[in-house]
Design a protein around this ligand. Structure first.
Ligand SMILES: *[C@@H]1O[C@H](CO)[C@@H](O)[C@H](O)[C@H]1NC(C)=O
Ligand SMILES: *[C@@H]1O[C@H](CO)[C@@H](O)[C@H](O)[C@H]1NC(C)=O
Ligand SMILES: [Zn+2]
Length: 319
């Protein structure tokens, strides 16, 4: 009898977990035939778009010739202070949602879904997004005062549609965080990058916490502007938040990324960064994120998976 009771409790727990996994979120529609990173992987290659024809993407997709394209050079002296102080707060969250390798031919990318974030977009509106994927570029795509960094990670968040949020009011369907990295001989390897390269680690990340990166920042200055995807179809739907302080990356991990882009027909410079685009009069805003209240640095190898909640809390005046 007790045995049956225990069995039924276990099966109930299992059912609940399965049920949770099946929760489907509604995302705000992306305007073009945009997949997670902007374009179907099959469109990339010698006959499609690639980094040899990166100056002519507008001949493939007209949007790539638009006026609000990314990446840009961030001229720090031209940036105006924005009247908000975003508070970046990460919560560890137990979850069985993993990041999976996306197998994109033009980047290294994990796709998944973790906690909601509230972000102030470049029109001053607070928008609710879900983190969907992150991927890398080397060297950086954005430059800061003309300077390239060794690597840039893009954390891509997509706006959601529900009773509280109407997608018609969302100007930028995506918010992307750009984080710079500089090679450093004293840097230790990031656990989160290992599944991409280490044969002994499966191609997915069970848990991942942005704290790991942000806690290494002593300066949380960011630059904020309206821009686009930096891959086809270059959709002008991105609320860009580019952080100023570069984080260290070990020479061996940087080389692992660099050695990914060696096919010279599609990566003539062995790089996967789009050239800098014209600013065309766009404003660049500047701010400092507050990172108080952050929990201790989580151990990525911990047996229990947790995921991240990033909350940018408005504190002060709207624009
Ligand atoms: C971004 O675009 C929105 C909508 O067009 C506009 O209201 C806002 O001022 C722009 N932000 C910046 C920083 O230019
Ligand atoms: C994988 O594991 C084996 C056995 O433990 C070890 O000898 C090898 O060095 C590991 N390979 C990598 C790439 O870490
Ligand atoms: Zn990117």
């Amino acid at each position: 009898m007790i045995f049956i009771l225990i069995l039924s409790i276990i099966s109930q727990i299992l059912c609940e977990q399965t049920h949770e996994e099946e929760i489907k979120r509604d995302y705000c529609q992306l305007p073009d035939a945009v997949l997670a990173d902007g374009v179907s992987a099959t469109d990339f290659g010698t006959t499609g778009w690639n980094y040899a024809n990166a100056n002519n993407w507008d001949e493939i997709v007209v949007t790539c010739g638009g006026s609000f394209q990314s990446p840009i050079d961030i001229l720090t002296s031209s940036a105006t202070q924005e009247a908000i102080q975003p508070k970046i707060h990460y919560k560890n969250k137990a979850s069985d949602v993993a990041y999976e390798e996306a197998n994109k031919p033009y980047t290294k990318e994990y796709e998944g879904e973790y906690s909601e974030i509230d972000v102030t977009d470049a029109s001053g509106l607070i928008v609710r997004y879900y983190a969907k994927q992150f991927h890398i570029h080397t060297p950086s795509e954005h430059t800061i005062d003309g300077k390239y960094y060794d690597l840039e990670i893009h954390f891509v968040h997509q706006a959601i549609q529900d009773e509280q949020q109407d997608c018609n009011k969302v100007k930028n369907t995506l918010t992307v965080f750009g984080l710079m990295f500089t090679e450093s001989a004293s840097a230790s390897d990031y656990e989160v990058f290992k599944p991409w390269f280490d044969q002994n680690v499966t191609g997915e990340v069970e848990s991942f916490d942005l704290n790991d990166f942000f806690q290494k920042m002593t300066d949380t200055t960011y630059y904020h502007y309206n821009g686009s995807l930096t891959t086809l179809p270059c959709s002008q739907i991105v609320n860009w938040i580019v952080f100023y302080q570069a984080l260290p990356i070990s020479p061996s991990q940087l080389n692992q990324f660099r050695s990914t882009f060696t096919d010279s027909t599609v990566f003539p410079l062995k790089q996967n960064n789009r050239p800098i685009q014209h600013l065309n009069g766009r404003k660049i805003l500047k701010g400092t994120a507050i990172t108080t209240g952050v929990a201790e640095i989580p151990n990525l190898e911990a047996s229990y998976a947790f995921l991240v909640l990033v909350t940018l809390v408005m504190n002060g005046l709207f624009l």
